[in-house]
Ligand binder design. Structure first.
Ligand SMILES: N[C@@H](CCC[C@H](N)C(=O)O)C(=O)O
Length: 364
């Protein structure tokens, strides 16, 4: 006998301040001889303002003896609850790790979860951990290749929004976050955007690190770097993580960045012998003293739609090369970031969006 089944897929939009304790996507199914609601919660729309809607449909299901302990219940013990966020398309799996200073998953598992075909799909996994040295929280991140970078600009904006949801905070909020790049201070604005005090850029060549010889004090500014038979002009900046910024090469003084074959040239910069810790690379086009456009090849993640630390490094490099002022809009494939390298404290400030996309549970 076939049963009539009503399936409701509530795609909810909790109001601002709804606790976002990651909840499993899959819940047990309860059955009766006549109809059964299957509560498959797709936690889409964690962020406010995402419209909620409901899908109902009827289907014919074969009669089965599905007891209280279903396959999905049994798998509950071996799952990772997560929330997926993005900052201008640079996307991350956020994990509530506030009860432990050990990441809940290994770098190898992070590689699997970041896979866009065989996993959840992301540029990295970010762990929200207890603070140390008097900070509110610690942020750690694994790139999609499993390596662990010191910092992530778009990631820390997502991190701030994630913490606000976990802690049920509303409106303007500021956190102190310990990272591999030291103290980072994100502040959620009234409009939901996040402004981050990214600290001071590091310019000393050996600290970036780069093996290129310093040519401006201890820094490397508009130096020649041979990549694949082409001589590029590069400036090396660390925002806690290493960046190599280029505005052109000997053949093309002003890059037309849309024409670049990033997948071909990017890895050659990333693995260049002049960068002992590998590097992120930004290719930049200047529209005006306050408007730049960049594409990025990220260390450990490849071509991404945005890179926050990269946009900061680009403005620092543009100022050092005399191409731009200290306050710029930087266009990235995923959208714009506002960057200021403040003269008074030498800190770089980044402002941009961060959005929750969905929550779920992944099998470990
Ligand atoms: N996308 C990030 C940077 C993430 C780390 C980077 N891939 C590295 O290895 O340094 C950002 O927004 O800053």
């Amino acid at each position: 006998m076939a049963l009539s089944a009503a399936i409701h897929l509530p795609i909810t939009s909790p109001s601002r301040g709804t606790r976002l304790n990651p909840v499993p996507v899959f819940r047990s199914a309860s059955f009766s001889p006549v109809s059964y609601p299957v509560a498959v919660s797709i936690h889409k729309g964690i962020a406010p303002r995402v419209p909620s809607f409901r899908i109902s449909m009827a289907l014919q299901a074969p009669e089965k003896n599905l007891g209280a302990s279903s396959f999905l219940d049994r798998r509950e013990s071996g799952v990772l609850h997560f929330v997926k966020y993005h900052g201008l398309g640079n996307d991350f799996i956020l994990v509530d790790n506030r009860d432990s200073s050990e990441p809940r998953i290994t770098p190898e598992q992070a590689v699997k979860f970041c896979d866009r075909n065989f996993g959840i799909g992301a540029d990295g996994v970010i762990f929200a951990m207890p603070g140390i040295n008097g900070t509110d929280y610690t942020m750690r991140i694994f790139n999609s290749d499993g390596s662990e970078p010191e910092m992530c600009g778009n990631g820390v904006r997502c991190f701030a929004r994630f913490i606000a949801e976990l802690e049920n905070l509303q409106g303007k909020h500021r956190f102190t976050v310990h990272t591999g790049a030291g103290l980072i201070v994100p502040e959620i604005q009234d409009d939901g955007k996040v402004t981050v005090d990214m600290g001071e850029p590091i310019l000393k060549a050996s600290d970036v690190p780069t093996r290129l010889s310093p040519n401006k004090g201890e820094s490397v500014v508009k130096s020649e770097l041979e990549v694949d038979g082409v001589s590029w002009d590069v400036t090396c900046v660390s925002m806690g993580n290493p960046h190599c910024v280029t505005f052109g090469n000997k053949d093309a003084q002003n890059l037309m960045i849309d024409k670049l074959n990033l997948a071909e040239i990017g890895p050659k910069f990333e693995h260049h012998e002049m960068f002992p810790a590998r590097t992120n690379t930004e290719f930049v086009q200047v529209f005006s003293k306050s408007h730049l456009k960049m594409r990025v090849w990220e260390r450990g993640a490849g071509a991404t739609l945005a890179c926050g630390t990269g946009a900061c490094a680009v403005v620092v490099a543009a100022v050092l090369e005399g191409r731009a002022g200290r306050t710029c809009t930087v266009d990235l494939p995923g959208g714009p970031l506002e960057i200021e390298w403040r003269e008074t404290d030498n800190h770089v400030y980044m402002t941009g969006p961060a959005e929750a996309v969905f929550s779920g549970s992944a099998f470990l």
